[in-house]
Design a protein around this ligand. Structure first.
Ligand code: BES
Ligand code: MN
Ligand code: MN
Length: 453
């Protein structure tokens, strides 16, 4: 029934999603503050059209949170859906084949910033809900909390959750903001990595200098920073920060075998990325390196002269943004402290170092034996004709750990993207098929979850 409803309405669903994708709700860019709000207002209107009891645009110190609910019976289970309507900046713009906020469908894929992360996936929830309301088949209570600051660290969501525990009361949290292995191999994410995101500033001389007059005699902060960064990994790809691995949960051989059973082709992986070889921590496979191992990466590095032509300069300052992905049971707070101590300690006397923590969050593992996980599994089996495989994703959704701590609730990570969807990159896209099957799977989840609760 839901399937027919989707088929009948699919053009309108896509038209509406396109309207949402046209709003450049870039949370990181203050010039888009009004657009971020517009996206929230768009969702408010669509929740109303879909048939919620009430919907609110909740103000925060930053971008607003959209909350909506439909309570059909106090004794029925309640699902709280979380997602985000903000998107990453579209830069670098010149690498997009079509403008990031003018969605187009090409080869069955919707190209636009946010198509997969996370507007497309949030919108599947709005439409699955609409379908069940219009068909009069919604079997449980549903609440929605869609935020506009996920891509900048969800600074105000923690406060909102703590101050609205009664409003958010639910039995399970459902999130579609992750990936499946492929259309042939559906999967459910059972773990996400945490994050510590740092910015470092290295200062040498008190002003930019002539690199001929002073070069060789005064520390060049870019040279120094490069060397410091290079020293953060040893020759086996281990992170050298002392204590970095102390709390890392080492998986049993059986768990590692299970992770490596997931369908994965290293050849395709390399081809898709245009690389001749992979690189990472010695002794671990690619799936383990992104799924269960902590890592450290430089996200950006700058300083000195980068304009046209050559300028001979020994710069005063150099900067880098460095992130660490964390796994159970590492603590975001502890790792941030260890990094700060280590990075300060390895700096030569010839420079000064400033380390700032930008944001971060805890890793999360979700139970795979819960009624909710089993319902998600059954929903995939029903719609995709295949049992989904539990996987560990490398990305982070810090709010999942917060939900557990503050609301005592587990999360089901039922995402429908693909790793190749280029989220955060130019030419982000999302399969029309993923979008439509996702709607159907979400509706099936409500049915299976309500049956068993
Ligand atoms: N949806 C992603 C996280 C993600 C992507 C999880 C793919 C699993 C698979 C989310 O929007 C995101 O980008 N999170 C950030 C962290 C946040 C604190 C900025 C990330 O992982 O870098
Ligand atoms: Mn996301
Ligand atoms: Mn993201």
């Amino acid at each position: 029934m839901v399937k027919e409803y989707i088929e009948k309405n699919q053009q309108r669903f896509l038209d509406e999603l396109f309207e949402l994708l046209r709003i450049p709700s870039v949370s990181a860019d203050s010039r888009h503050k009004g657009d971020v709000r517009k996206a929230a207002e768009f969702l408010v209107a669509k929740f109303n059209d879909a048939g919620v009891d009430k919907v609110e645009l909740c103000e925060t110190k930053g971008h607003p949170i959209v909350f909506a609910e439909k309570i059909i019976g106090p004794s029925l289970p309640t699902v709280l859906v979380y997602g985000h309507y903000d998107v990453q900046p579209p830069d670098p713009l010149d690498l997009w084949h079509s403008p990031p906020f003018e969605p187009v469908i090409k080869d069955g894929k919707i190209y636009a910033r946010g198509s997969c992360d996370d507007k497309g996936q949030v919108y599947m929830h709005v439409k699955a809900f609409e379908a069940m309301i219009k068909l009069n088949t919604l079997p449980c209570n549903v609440k929605f909390m869609v935020e506009g600051e996920e891509e900048v660290g969800s600074d105000n969501l923690g406060t909102f959750v703590r101050e609205n525990k009664a409003k958010l009361k639910a039995d399970i949290i459902l999130v579609s903001d992750t990936a499946i292995i492929s259309l042939d191999h559906p999967s459910i994410t059972a773990g996400l990595r945490g994050l510590s995101y740092m910015e470092v500033e290295v200062t040498g001389p008190n002003r930019d200098l002539h690199s001929g007059v002073y070069g060789g005699a005064v520390a060049n902060p870019i040279n120094v920073l490069s060397k410091m960064i290079a020293s953060l990994h040893d020759e086996n790809g281990h992170v050298t920060i002392s204590g970095f691995y102390d709390k890392v949960v080492e998986l049993s051989d059986a768990d590692r075998t299970a992770i490596n059973k997931a369908p994965f082709s290293l050849e395709n992986y390399k081809n898709e990325l245009g690389i001749d070889d992979v690189q990472g921590e010695k002794g671990f496979t690619t799936l383990e390196r992104t799924g269960i191992r902590p890592t450290l990466d430089v996200n950006g590095i700058w300083g000195g002269y980068t304009g046209e032509g050559a300028k001979t300069v020994l710069p005063s300052k150099a900067y880098a943004k460095i992130s660490m992905r964390l796994v159970p049971n590492q603590s975001n707070k502890e790792i941030t402290e260890l990094f700060t101590k280590h990075f300060t300690a390895i700096a030569p006397k010839s420079v000064k170092v400033k380390v700032t923590a930008l944001h971060g969050g805890q890793p999360a593992v979700t139970p795979t034996d819960s009624a909710a996980f089993k319902a998600a599994s059954a929903a995939f089996e029903e719609v995709w004709g295949k049992k989904p495989i539990p996987t560990r994703d490398g990305g982070s959704i810090p709010i999942v750990a917060l939900f557990k701590d503050e609301l005592g609730l587990d999360t089901v990570l039922m995402g429908f993207g693909l790793d190749s969807d280029a989220i955060h990159s130019p030419n982000e896209h999302y399969g029309v098929k993923n979008f439509l099957l996702g709607i159907e799977t979400i509706a099936a989840f409500y049915n299976h979850y309500s049956k068993n609760n």
